[in-house]
Design a protein around this ligand. Sequence first.
Ligand SMILES: [Zn+2]
Length: 380
Amino acid sequence: MTEHPEVGTRVQRTSTTLADGRELIYFDDSEPYLSGAARREVVDERPLDGRPTAGTMRLDALTGDWVSIADHRQNRTFMPPAGECPLCPTGGGTMPSEIPAHEYDVVVFENRFPSFATESTATGSSDDPLLGNAPALGRCEVVCFTSDHGASFSSLSPARARTVVDVWADRTLELSALDAVEDVFIFENRGEEIGVTLHHPHGQIYAYPFVPARTAALLRQATEHHRKTGRLLGADLLAAELEAGSRVVIKGAHWTAYVPYAARWPLEVHLVPKRDVPDLVALDDDERDELAEVYLDLLHRLDRYYEGPDGAPIDLPYIAGWHQAPVRQGREVSRLHLQVMSILRAPGRLKYLAGSESGVGAWVNDVSPEAVAARLREVG
Ligand SMILES: [Zn+2]
């Protein structure tokens, strides 16, 4: 029995502390780390302020949604020059980065500018129920997929992608155990069009002290389906998509990728497990192995979806997010799935979330989901 069952013995897991008290965890999957020849203690000697604390979140009385007011984030790092990347290893004559080591495989650390944090100094609450607020307790983490600044998730080896799957599961297990946390969302933003402020290949994890609006909507639908039919929505929906067939992009032994019937985004794909599992922790080894391969296959197709004027493929700007069951409710009816979406509707043309989408949440998609699926099959 290992202390951290999600990463097994294939990955060397080393937890350490940054200068301001934030946790940083190395997940090493290559020699010489596995033999113990590397990962000597490297101390973060930067003169940092104290450990970041939680801001406040306010309840929007009109919608019932929580909004995190994180005004300290205005000062966060924005598009640093390449030599000052905070996600590259320290060394090589550059400034000390967030990662003290001179090399790493995969690393996770607490965000220096978090929207949610484990400790709060927030004071002052309102007695007025229409002006509800609470400390923004939770945790925000950054996941660096590789130390190679110029890489991307899609350029990772299958073995490295598999390590990242284990890391996601490890973080889901640990963050779900925090008292304040109700929902763990793992995501990656890729591309300047999506608002990425750091080019180094990385993703993020938000552990929220509430169930976010979309997660709540998914849970509501799954619960209602189960009440009416006694069956699980995730399983029935996958069966319906497989039977229709026209939107299926990749069909593996354990995973299926399809363009959803009611896709909202110009380019949207869901990657779903065959088995009913609430979260990444519940995936077995075979499912994790195939996930790494199928996800890389999907990302390669997405990067070949559009061609520039010279016929060269365009690196797709995308958001990829793992929908997991909330930590404390609805786990028996929720099913894990990945949603990958892009606002690029043609080379050089973005879909803006304008009046209808931003104003009332009513989506209009100009692209047929079946046509998107056909193109993604073609570029496989
Ligand atoms: Zn970098």
